[in-house]
Design a protein around this ligand. Structure first.
Ligand code: HEC
Length: 120
């Protein structure tokens, strides 16, 4: 864990200080979040969409999941991925997801959250 934090800090200082958004984007793929939540964080019928969700909500959920507090049976799948995250990583990931602007085309509106997948 300490190594990860050090690496994070080193990366922050060395490279031309990548934004939290870019850090979050890298983490999203390096941690394998895309494997379930999709390359565009759009979710599927099984996995909730993450892009465009409110940052406070995402932080709340990830912090709870990290503490092994899930509300559904499906959350058991998510807990191992949340457990390895530091506060800084949660911050970067949720910045990336809430500010999501990878593609110019429209995806989902923030209020259209729980249904995921299906269309487009
Ligand atoms: C093995 C599949 C899987 C992977 C990999 C995964 N998740 Fe999840 N995630 C889930 C499932 C399933 C849920 C829904 C849990 C529930 O119903 O409470 C979830 C829920 C979430 C939520 C809460 C969203 C909501 O609407 O309740 C967030 C935020 C989240 N994941 C972020 C991430 C991040 C960030 C990563 C990468 C570090 C990640 N997930 C990796 C399966 C996964």
């Amino acid at each position: 864990m300490r190594v990860v934090v050090l690496l994070f800090l080193t990366l922050m200082t060395l490279s031309a200080s990548p934004s939290a958004y870019d850090q979050g984007k890298k983490l999203y793929f390096s941690k394998g979040c895309n494997g379930c939540h999709g390359v565009s964080a759009e979710g599927t019928n099984l996995y909730p969409p993450l892009a465009f969700r409110r940052k406070a909500f995402l932080v709340y959920k990830l912090t709870r999941l990290r503490a092994k507090q899930g509300d559904t049976q499906l959350s058991q799948m998510m807990i191992p991925f949340a457990m390895g995250l530091s506060d800084a990583q949660i911050d970067a990931l949720t910045t990336f997801l809430s500010d999501y602007h990878e593609h110019s085309k429209e995806h989902y509106s923030p209020d259209n959250s729980m249904t995921g997948g299906g269309s487009s």
